[in-house]
Design a protein around this ligand. Structure first.
Ligand code: AFP
Length: 331
């Protein structure tokens, strides 16, 4: 099986970009080890602090964030990093050209129940025009150079793209190398499986309520086929299921907390996952627009997410067209 570096070389990925990706994976190997140690590593449980998102930080959120940030900045190849766990952008080498935005431990509410969690990352280039701080990262998803996630499950997987399709690498713990195990992912265009947090159903916009109601009606309803549901409460795990066997995943905007109508973050969750979805032949939308086209206005901006098998996402988007409701400003 091929190791990561020769594969990225064959994809004509610049050497310094390969180094940045490899550094992320060095941090990921340490995170994987600490997760698999569980209680023995003394890093389960929560801290007494909350991040800028207002979420209580798990001890491993903090540890993972520090590991990734420090290792990336030590390379001298990174101009700045943005993280779910950092209020602001952290500047690196002013002469370097790569920007890295990441969610160090997505799904961290699963840590204490031994559930799957992951690291999500996207790599951008410092813009040609003068820009500082958060402005550096305000680029559309189409500007991404590379994106992916490391899924810490029964096996530790790297799923990534540099714009030439989606590949899967599996960590061989015996030699500490990520080895190519899937050369190219193509998502089936149709599906019978959906992922959404049903407890928010009464807060969704009417088009999403109607779309999901028709899925639940199954073969007795307008879709004339039954659907299965899965919800892992970790985007990395739900997205990996879709990349592996089809599906549609959504965390739509809802009126549960008017101050926070959307949950998922655009820069370091929705954008990288949308890059993977489109590279694998899928679709990714807010319900009103392609996520990869959105011009971010803030590094912690949230967005409504509907992504997965192309034909199923198009069917869902049809409900937003058929049931026009006033488009909320927030999505
Ligand atoms: P945490 O990292 O706080 O566990 O949140 C994970 C997440 O951002 C995303 O990975 C999941 O799809 C979504 O939240 C789950 O949200 P609910 O807990 O509301 O289902």
């Amino acid at each position: 099986m091929q190791r990561l570096i020769p594969v990225l070389n064959s994809d004509h990925v610049p050497l310094h970009l390969i180094s940045v990706i490899n550094t992320l994976l060095t941090a990921a190997k340490e995170i994987s080890h600490r997760l698999h140690q569980g209680s023995l590593a003394g890093t389960l449980g929560s801290t007494l602090d909350a991040n800028i998102q207002g979420e209580v930080q798990k001890k491993l959120d903090v540890v993972s964030n520090q590991l990734i940030k420090n290792m990336l900045l030590e390379t001298g190849l990174v101009h700045a990093v943005a993280s779910e766990e950092e209020d602001d952008v952290v500047m690196g080498n002013p002469d370097a050209k790569y920007l890295v935005a990441y969610d160090p431990l997505d799904g961290s509410s699963n840590i204490d129940i031994n559930g799957a969690v992951g690291t999500i990352f996207t790599i951008l280039e410092k813009p040609d025009h003068p820009a500082e701080g958060t402005e550096l990262f305000l680029q559309t998803g189409d500007e991404q150079l590379a994106a992916g996630y490391i899924l810490y499950g029964p096996s530790t997987l790297l799923v990534m793209t540099t714009g030439r399709g989606v590949r899967v690498f599996t960590l061989d713990h015996t030699v500490g190398e990520f080895l190519l195990t899937v050369d190219k992912i193509t998502i089936p265009q149709d599906t019978q499986e959906f992922g959404i947090n049903m407890s928010n159903q009464r807060f969704w916009l009417p088009p999403m309520q109607q779309y999901i109601a028709d899925l639940l009606a199954g073969s007795t309803g307008p879709r004339k086929k039954d659907f299965n549901m899965r919800w892992n409460a970790a985007m990395v795990s739900d997205v990996h299921r879709i990349l592996t066997r089809s599906g549609i995943f959504s965390y739509p905007m809802d009126y549960k907390d008017p101050k926070k109508p959307c949950k998922l973050r655009l820069l370091y969750e929705a954008m990288p996952m949308s890059f993977l979805m489109e590279q694998a032949g899928g679709r990714s939308s807010t319900g009103y627009e392609r996520i990869m086209s959105i011009q971010p206005t803030h590094i912690h901006q949230r967005v409504s997410v509907i992504m997965g098998s192309r034909n199923e996402v198009d069917t869902c988007l049809g409900y937003f067209k058929q049931h026009p409701c006033t488009r909320p400003d927030s999505i």
